[in-house]
Design a protein around this ligand. Structure first.
Ligand code: ASP
Ligand code: MG
Length: 349
């Protein structure tokens, strides 16, 4: 039996119409011959609303009750999703985290998964059903509901993928994958076909809301193939795996930007970046375009630059043009007399 885990984020489940579309996606995957396990988030904003609701009752909710409350968002999605799939004539069953076999420690609101017992899910799959697990939750030794920290449905998905030995863990959201930079800031940004776990972890650390850091670290540790893709389009997204850059040449894979007070922090993420040539190109680019670098920090996998808030987005565009557009990059590296004929992004195989 070939199993695919399909995880859907809250924006993909925000309305009944969207739940129906995602149900259809799961059915299509099943009709391609795969056993399907879904992990679902709470509908968009519901978790925040539940937190607000708790705050209207008490400023100090008991952690146990807080988790009991927060877990209901995902339970709601799972039950509605199972109904939507059944409605299309394919058998499906919703499962709470506990029913899905997710066992955790007792650290309420940020519990760690200790083990996953896949027996119940396997039984359902063998009956030909789609198993819809409520994300973000598990059960501790005492039998109490726990939650896995914000964004924790990602963790549910990778933990299930590992224990079920799934072919791939597909993470569906409202974005088409990981881009070389945020396309709303840099319209020329390209979708990255393959990216390493490390680069995605760097992005998560940079505050780009890509994925739960914990989940990516887990996927890396257990070598789980991830496919980040769009809920609303059929095109391929971004594959995350153990992709090692070939050779030792420096390469920039992607950029992030974050505002911090009156400064902007730009990160270049990639490999071999602690390099004089790269540093020269960055300084040259800043100088040519009239940006002042307030701070620079270089590690092999990450460069952090701070500039004025006003300069931020423009500097990002300038650097993107230089490092992601191969022609420019080659030209500039010649100017800076550093032999780097790297082909960013594509070079990561
Ligand atoms: N609903 C939870 C949250 O918003 C878990 C998740 O969506 O992954 O953090
Ligand atoms: Mg959510």
């Amino acid at each position: 039996m070939k199993i695919i885990v399909m995880k859907f984020g809250g924006t993909s489940l925000a309305e009944p119409e969207k739940i129906k579309v995602m149900a259809e996606r799961a059915v299509k995957t099943r009709n391609r011959g795969f056993a399907v396990v879904m992990a679902v988030s709470a509908p968009a904003d519901l978790t925040d609303d539940l937190i607000t609701l708790a705050g209207l009752i008490t400023s100090k909710p008991q952690p146990r009750e807080y988790d009991a409350l927060l877990s209901t968002g995902e339970a709601l999605s799972a039950a509605l999703m199972a109904m939507a799939i059944n409605e299309r004539g394919t058998a499906a069953v919703s499962l709470s985290g506990a029913q899905a076999g997710i066992k955790t420690d007792s650290a309420h609101t940020g519990a760690a998964v200790i083990s996953v017992s896949p027996e119940r899910i396997m039984r359902e799959l063998k009956k030909g059903r789609i198993a819809v697990a409520a994300g973000f939750q598990g059960m501790d030794k005492a039998g109490d509901i726990t939650t896995l920290g914000r964004g924790g449905s990602d963790f549910t998905a990778v933990a299930l993928a590992r224990s079920l030995k799934a072919e791939v863990c597909e993470l569906y959201t409202d974005v088409k994958g990981i881009y070389t930079a945020n396309p709303t800031v840099v319209p020329q940004a390209k979708k990255i076909k393959k990216i390493s776990y490390d680069a995605v972890m760097e992005l998560a650390r940079a505050g780009a809301e890509v994925r739960q850091l914990r989940a990516i670290a887990y996927a890396k540790k257990h070598n789980i193939a991830l496919h980040l893709r769009s809920s609303f389009e059929n095109e391929e997204g971004t594959l995350v795996g153990n992709f090692k850059p070939s050779g030792k040449k420096p390469r920039v894979v992607c950029f992030s930007i974050r505002k911090a007070g009156d400064t902007a922090e730009i990160r270049l993420i990639g490999a071999g970046l602690k390099d004089t040539g790269v540093k020269n190109v960055i300084r040259q680019t800043a100088l040519t375009n009239g940006h002042l670098l307030i701070r620079e920090a270089y590690t092999p996998s990450r460069i952090t630059l701070a500039t004025s808030f006003r300069s931020g987005e423009r500097l990002l565009k300038n650097l993107h043009e230089v490092f992601i557009d191969t022609t420019e990059w080659t030209a500039l590296s010649k100017v800076c007399s550093c032999a780097m004929d790297t082909v960013p992004v594509k070079a990561i195989e």
